[in-house]
Design a protein around this ligand. Structure first.
Ligand code: 5GP
Ligand code: MG
Length: 451
């Protein structure tokens, strides 16, 4: 996941970057960082924690200048140190540079090994550090040519924002797997952000998505950013951005995420038309299941009820329960509305089932609270394959749909019935005809290691 932002040409650059990161907190809660440039010098502040914890008045005031880049880190298995947070900063032949990255480089190990064999010293476990080395070792004179040369050796899903002392370079891979959009800030300058929901808080107007394979260059001397098509476009946007990652109010490829989720729920309802089940209410798993549940309820005419209440204060600061207390974890976040659901037949909608642990606990919780029947609906297809394009999905053995079929999962989670969307359903629900990246559902790993 992760979120990135770049602000160019606004005297409150770091402050605006922190607001944009705050709006994109859902894409990563592990750590946050910003680098700003002023008077030929880059300053960086990064720390583990939520954006509101990392950026306060005393830290923001250190980040001067009219350009800044920022990053929210999504919690991954390893790399818990500050070294593994972004922006990555380095000094090299042409001066200073800072980089933020959203995505995953699939040839990272080979490139890293080559660089290490050549004598490079790495400071972090981040795949994006490869890019710093490749840029620093390039024989080209201009930074833009060095970046291009480095990207020629970089295979995978990526959105990069690279900041020098006076310029910003924005690059989206040729597949456009992760979203990245450009906006114009009303108080001056430009914003580039992983999601358009960030534009609200920085008071920017959406201009357009960055094109797959495009490099934008923000340069002091120019008003408008310069655009170069670095790589031939082979657009393969990630469908899971619509299912889970992006905030409902974000717009990707001219489509509001909320609208696509409502359509997903509507499709689930249409698929259920001939299933002879008697349902009293449609209940979302908050928050991500809410738009789909509304779509289901509107289509079926069955009332939408908040049968599950979410506690929003379960932050990352809360100590993880011990193994014996695991079931407490779901209970701390989600509580059943006993009076509503007692003796009732519920249609419960969540956006996805990954490991199947959450859904199992939810069904048990609802049944313990007196629900007569729980019919589970999932607003995405079965996740059978790990994603290597920027999502931190578990290895395939942990994916419940890798080892169990629908009926087995249904009885495993204790539901009365279980239905998913088909892959075709998902694509029609998004409603823009594209050759989507669907590897989590169909195992089509279309990015080959030779490019
Ligand atoms: P499960 O219990 O099946 O492992 O997880 C399903 C739940 O995880 C769903 O409620 C879904 O909203 C959420 N989910 C789906 N994908 C991700 C992800 O990549 N990261 C996190 N943290 N949650 C996810
Ligand atoms: Mg969820």
């Amino acid at each position: 996941m992760c979120a990135i932002v770049g602000i160019y040409g606004n005297e409150n650059a770091a402050r605006l970057a922190s607001l944009a990161l705050f709006s994109m907190q859902h894409r990563g809660q592990e750590a946050s960082g910003i680098s700003s440039s002023a008077n030929g010098k880059i300053s960086t502040f990064k720390k583990r924690g939520l954006v509101s914890e990392v950026f306060k008045e005393n830290t923001l005031s250190l980040l001067k200048g009219n350009m800044a880049i920022g990053h929210n880190r999504y919690s991954t298995a390893g790399g818990d140190t500050l070294d593994d947070t972004q922006p990555i900063f380095a000094k090299y032949k042409l001066g200073e540079i800072a980089i933020v990255h959203n995505g995953n480089l699939i040839n990272k190990s080979e490139v890293r090994q080559e660089l290490i064999n050549d004598g490079a010293i790495f400071q972090s476990g981040l795949d994006s550090e490869n890019l710093v080395h490749l840029i620093a070792r390039s024989s080209k004179n201009k930074l833009r040519d060095r970046i291009k040369e480095a990207l020629d050796k970089t295979i995978g899903a990526f959105c990069f924002i690279i900041q020098s002392r006076s310029k910003q370079f924005v690059i989206r891979d040729k597949y456009g797997i992760r979203p990245l959009s450009l906006g114009k800030i009303k108080s001056g300058g430009y914003v580039v952000a992983s999601e358009t929901c960030a534009f609200e808080l920085v008071d920017a107007m959406f201009i357009r998505d960055i094109k797959p394979g495009e490099m934008l260059i923000f340069n002091n001397k120019q008003e408008e950013p310069e655009s170069i098509q670095l790589f031939k476009e082979e657009y393969r946007p990630c469908a899971f951005e619509y299912v889970y990652f992006s905030r409902p109010d974000s717009v990707i490829d001219n489509k509001t995420v909320y609208e696509t989720r409502e359509n997903m729920g509507k499709t689930l309802a249409l698929n259920d038309r001939n299933n002879n089940i008697k349902i009293d209410m449609v209940v979302p798993v908050p928050d991500s299941g809410v738009p789909a549940a509304l779509g289901y309820a509107n289509e079926s005419g069955i009332p939408f009820k908040y049968g599950i209440i979410r506690n929003h204060y379960i932050g990352r600061t809360f100590i993880e329960p011990t193994q014996e207390m695991r079931s407490l974890k779901v209970k701390m976040k989600l509580s059943p509305m006993r009076s509503l659901i007692k003796g009732k037949s519920l249609l419960v909608i969540d956006d996805s089932i990954v490991r199947g642990t959450t859904s199992k606990r939810i069904v048990r919780m609802l049944k313990d609270a007196g629900a007569k029947e729980v019919h589970f609906r999932v607003a995405s297809p079965e996740i059978k394959f790990p994603c290597y394009y920027g999502i931190d999905t578990p290895n395939k053995e942990e994916l419940i749909s890798f080892s169990m079929n629908k009926n087995e999962i249904c009885s495993h989670i204790g539901a009365d019935t279980l239905e998913y969307l088909s892959i075709d359903d998902l694509v029609s629900a998004i409603g823009v005809e594209r050759n989507y990246a669907l590897e989590s559902f169909n195992g089509d790993y279309f990015i080959k290691n030779n490019g």
